[in-house]
Write a protein that binds this ligand. Structure first.
Ligand SMILES: *Cc1c(COP(=O)(O)O)cnc(C)c1O
Length: 461
């Protein structure tokens, strides 16, 4: 399997280099040159298998040139061993034809663990075989950073540095990043916003001398290996509900478009997905774009579903690339226009996006009300992100079973959940001592050379 950049001007890579590189050198995102298709019989055979078994079968065509099947199966097994639920991604029924896919049973209580835990195993495997080390640098608004630190803590071949905006992540998110004691993981509290963190990470990748000296690698959601790991639960959910003999739709609380784009890949692989519904909070650039064809950035309005507070939705570039039939120069042109505020999607591309994606937007009040209503009608306590999904899904229910992705555990966002319901959700017993552990934080200014100096001083190799 070969991977190409959405902008068509970066080297074509195999799976391992795609994974280690993250962002392509032309600024684009790597995508598989062709998407492998599973037969109806292959898909039918997945029903009822353990999650790990489905994971190996679904991902194998994408990684088969990089790993032996036994090695890959062992990595998958280790990745999900720390999850708090045997099903890994259990389905719960919310109402007639509406199901919730609980993706929050991993070690940091958000769906990011599905990809990050596996990517940790794959990085370690590839780097130790090659005798290389890398420095992973990432920006987070909370969930990605905690998942990355948890996945890479104690591994030999990597140092991990996570920049988060000081004072702007929840206590649970911060403690998940600052309490691991392993010497190779570092949480850095930057004076500024999430956008500043993301901008400094981009600057480090563009500082080619620094990038090459420390062996910079990225694990943010534009890494194709992360998207790939998220394809798996679309298969487990859909086959549990009757696929390939029956269609299924999904509603996905969306920010950077990584999670929902994994559904698009699943559909291309042959899974009968009727609709993928984008659910956004008040930061609704995707909903506006799918409604009007105009993709235009504004300013981020902080919400109670902070992991979806974005203005630029990076992975949307991959969906555009498919909608423009793989025309890299058209995508490069759109991204150039985005630098000065936005672009209009062509009529043909918009039509092709709308054949797959629908969308909806949820206000803050509606989010709180959905948390309360869902609790009283079903007994299920939702995190605010999942509530955005449930609310949008309710407007798209029909004859096809709808699956809404529950992207985080309510205990990760206890203030919003308590405000909506009066109930303060408890952490699962396996992490009940989170607030007793010691924290380790490096404070940094929003200054590239200060950040680079700190990384140079702290990294192991
Ligand atoms: C990251 C995240 C999202 C958004 O996912 P994308 O892949 O960026 O669209 C939604 N909910 C939670 C809880 C998250 O952590």
């Amino acid at each position: 399997m070969r991977y190409v950049s959405t902008r068509g001007k970066a080297p074509v890579l195999g799976f391992e280099d795609t994974m280690l590189t993250g962002l392509a050198r032309d600024g684009g995102l790597y995508v598989p040159e062709t998407v492998p298709v599973l037969s109806s019989a292959d898909i039918a055979a997945l029903a009822g298998l353990p999650y790990e078994e489905v994971a190996v079968r679904v991902m194998w065509p994408f990684v088969s040139e990089a790993f032996s099947e036994a090695d890959f199966a062992a990595m998958v097994k280790r990745a999900y061993a720390g999850f708090g639920h045997d099903a890994r991604a259990p389905l719960v029924q919310l109402g007639p034809n509406h199901h919730l896919l609980e993706l929050f049973h991993g070690p940091t209580l958000a769906f990011k663990d599905f990809a990050m835990q596996l990517i940790g195993q794959m990085f370690e495997h590839t780097l130790s075989r090659r005798g290389e080390r890398v420095t992973i640098v990432g920006a987070t608004s909370g969930d990605t950073g905690s998942a990355a630190i948890e996945a890479f803590r104690g591994l030999d071949a990597v140092d991990v540095f996570i920049l988060y905006p000081h004072g702007r992540v929840s206590d649970v998110q911060r403690r998940q990043m600052t309490t691991p004691s392993e010497a190779n993981v570092h949480a850095m509290a930057l004076t500024g916003h999430f956008d500043d963190c993301q901008a400094r990470v981009k600057d480090m990748f563009n500082d080619f001398a620094f990038r090459d000296r420390v062996g910079l690698a990225g694990v943010n959601s534009i890494n194709f290996a992360r998207v790939l790991a998220q394809v798996v639960y679309y298969f487990t959910a859909a086959t549990a509900l009757g696929a390939p003999h029956r269609e299924v739709s999904f509603t996905v609380p969306t920010g950077n478009f990584g999670d929902i784009f994994a559904g698009h890949i699943a559909k291309r692989m042959g899974l009968p997905i009727r609709q993928l519904v984008v659910a956004t909070n008040q930061n609704d650039i995707l909903h506006r774009c799918l409604t009007t064809g105009d993709y235009r950035t504004g300013t981020v309005e902080p919400s109670i579903s902070p992991s979806m507070d974005i203005q630029v939705s990076s992975n949307f570039e991959r969906a555009l690339h498919l909608a423009y039939d793989g025309d890299g120069s058209a995508i490069a042109q759109l991204m150039e226009e985005l630098k000065s505020g936005g672009f209009s999607v062509s009529q043909g591309a918009l039509q092709s996006l709308r054949e797959i994606y629908a969308s909806g937007r949820v206000s803050e009040e509606e989010t709180s009300k959905t948390i309360a209503d869902t609790l009283s009608r079903t007994g299920e306590l939702l995190c605010p992100h999942s509530a955005v999904g449930v609310k949008v899904a309710e407007a798209h229910l029909g004859s096809v079973p709808m699956v809404t992705l529950a992207t985080a555990h309510p205990a990760k966002f206890p203030d919003a959940v308590e405000a909506a319901t009066g109930i303060r959700p408890a952490l699962p017993p396996r992490m009940a001592d989170l607030f007793d552990r010691d924290e380790r934080i490096a404070r940094v200014d929003n200054d590239l050379s200060a950040i680079e100096a700190l990384i140079d001083e702290r990294r192991v190799a």
